[in-house]
Ligand binder design. Structure first.
Ligand SMILES: C=CC1=C(C)c2cc3[nH]c(cc4nc(cc5[nH]c(cc1n2)c(C)c5CCC(=O)O)C(CCC(=O)O)=C4C)c(C)c3C=C
Ligand SMILES: [Fe+2]
Ligand SMILES: [Fe+2]
Length: 355
C-alpha cells in the first residue's frame, strides 16, 4: 500500500504576518565526549556521500566494521581535552555567535528578524529547526553556512540537509542561501584585526601559518572550488597585513585516512619549519568561524607539542573570530546584502551595521 505524504505545517501560520529569519549552519558535534556519543556522531557524519565519495556498500562496510570500532575512542579522548561546562566548544561558540548576530540584526533591521542555529549532523538538527521556524510563521529564510570557503563536503552537505528539511514542509519559506564569503572585505578585515590585536599583545613571530581544514585532493580535481578559495583568502589576508608572502604560509590540517589530501599538511609544515631553524610560529585557522575540536585540540594542543618537540621555541594559536564584534558586523552586512528587496532586512531606526 502507498501511504500519503505527511507535510508539516501550522494552521495558524498563514494568519500571522510574514516573518523573516536567518539560519546559521555549522557542522555538528557529539552530545558528550564519550565513545558512544562520538560513535553516533561519526556514523551520521561519515555516512554522508558528500563527505566520503566512495562506493556506498564498500564504505559502509569499512565504516561500520573498522572506523567506528577504532576512531570513537580516540576522538572522545580528544573531545574530553576541550569540553567545557557548557558543552562542546563548537556548539557553545556557534550559539554565542548566533545570539550576537540576533542582537545586531534586531537593532539594525526594519522588520521582525531573528537568528537561529542548526547543525548539518547531530543537534540542533537542521530539519527540526527549519520545521519549528515554519510552524512559527517564518516566510523568508536566509541560510548562512558558517564556512567562509565553499566545499561540497561542508557547505554542499549543509545545503543538502536544508533541501531535505524543506521537502517535509507544506509551505516552504522564500529562500536565500549564502555559498561562501572567502573574499568578503569585511571578513578579511576581521581576520586581519584579530592578527593585529595578537601582535599588539604578543609581538610577531617568524612565521604566520594559515591552517585550513583539508579535503581529499581528488575532490578538488573533480571541481571543488575549496582550494582556490583558501588560496584567495590567504593572499588577501597577507596583503591586508602587508606580510611578505614567504612569511605567511598556507597549510591543510585534519587529514583522515590514507588517501592524498590537500598539501602541504599542517603537521609536516610545522616539523619542517622547526627542523629548518624557524623558532617561532603563530597559527591562525581562517576556515573556522568558531573554535572547535580541530582548532583547540589539533592546532592549539597537538601541533604545539609537535612543533616544540621538533625544536621550535615559541608557538601561539590565534583564536577563531567566534562572537567578536568584527565578525558579527561582517556577517550582519553579508546577510543584508543577500536579502536585498526583503523589507524586513532594510535599514531600521538604528541605521546600518555598527562595527
Ligand atoms: C573524512 C572526511 C572529512 C572531510 C572531507 C572533512 C571536511 C571538512 N570538515 C570541516 C570542518 C570540521 N570538521 C570537524 C571534525 C571532523 N572532520 C572529520 C572528517 C572530515 N572533514 C572528522 C572525522 C571529524 C571529527 C573529529 C575526529 O574524529 O577527528 C570539525 C569539528 C567538529 C567539532 O565537534 O568540534 C569541523 C568544524 C570543514 C570546514 C571541511 C571541509 C572544508
Ligand atoms: Fe572535518
Ligand atoms: Fe582533527
Amino acid at each position: 500500500m502507498f501511504s500519503a505524504p505527511k507535510f508539516l505545517g501550522s494552521s495558524a501560520a498563514s494568519a500571522r504576518p510574514a516573518r523573516a529569519a536567518v539560519l546559521l549552519v555549522n557542522l555538528g558535534t557529539p552530545d558528550a565526549p564519550t565513545p558512544s556519543a562520538v560513535r553516533r556522531y561519526l556514523d551520521e557524519f561519515l555516512s554522508d556521500p558528500r563527505v566520503i565519495e566512495k562506493p556506498r556498500w564498500l564504505w559502509q562496510l569499512i565504516l561500520k566494521l573498522v572506523i567506528l570500532n577504532i576512531r570513537p575512542r580516540r576522538s572522545a579522548h580528544a573531545y574530553a581535552r576541550i569540553w567545557t561546562a557548557q558543552g562542546s566548544p563548537l556548539l557553545v561558540q556557534s550559539q554565542a555567535l548566533t545570539d550576537a548576530l540576533d542582537r545586531q540584526l534586531k537593532s539594525a533591521c526594519a522588520g521582525p528578524v531573528s537568528v537561529h542555529l542548526a547543525m548539518t549532523y547531530g543537534a540542533p538538527a537542521l530539519r527540526d529547526v527549519v520545521a519549528a521556524l515554519n510552524a512559527d510563521g517564518v516566510r523568508r529564510l536566509v541560510v548562512l553556512p558558517l564556512y567562509p570557503q565553499y566545499s561540497a563536503t561542508s557547505t554542499g552537505a549543509a545545503i543538502d540537509a536544508l533541501a531535505d528539511a524543506l521537502k517535509t514542509l507544506r509551505w516552504p519559506p522564500e529562500l536565500r542561501t549564502i555559498g561562501d564569503y572567502h573574499d568578503d572585505p569585511a571578513h578579511i578585515d576581521a581576520l586581519a584585526q584579530s592578527v593585529l590585536a595578537h601582535w599588539e599583545r604578543h609581538g610577531r613571530a617568524d612565521r604566520l601559518l594559515l591552517s585550513f581544514h583539508g579535503i581529499p585532493q581528488s575532490y578538488v580535481e573533480a571541481g571543488d572550488p575549496y582550494l582556490a578559495q583558501c588560496r584567495a583568502t590567504a593572499d588577501l589576508l597577507a596583503k591586508r597585513l602587508e606580510l611578505p608572502r614567504e612569511q605567511c604560509l598556507l597549510a591543510f590540517q585534519s587529514r583522515v585516512g590514507r588517501e592524498e589530501w590537500l598539501k602541504p599538511y599542517t603537521d609536516a609544515t610545522l616539523r619542517d619549519l622547526a627542523a629548518s631553524g624557524v623558532g617561532s610560529v603563530q597559527v591562525l585557522c581562517p576556515g573556522f568561524a568558531v573554535d572547535c575540536l580541530e582548532t583547540l585540540e589539533e592546532i592549539a594542543m597537538e601541533n604545539r607539542a609537535l612543533f616544540l618537540e621538533a625544536g621550535g621555541k615559541r608557538y601561539e594559536y590565534i583564536p577563531a573570530l567566534n562572537d567578536e564584534a568584527a565578525q558579527v558586523a561582517a556577517l550582519a552586512a553579508l546577510v543584508r546584502r543577500h536579502t536585498q528587496g526583503w523589507a524586513e532586512f532594510a535599514p531600521g531606526e538604528g541605521g546600518g551595521d555598527a562595527a
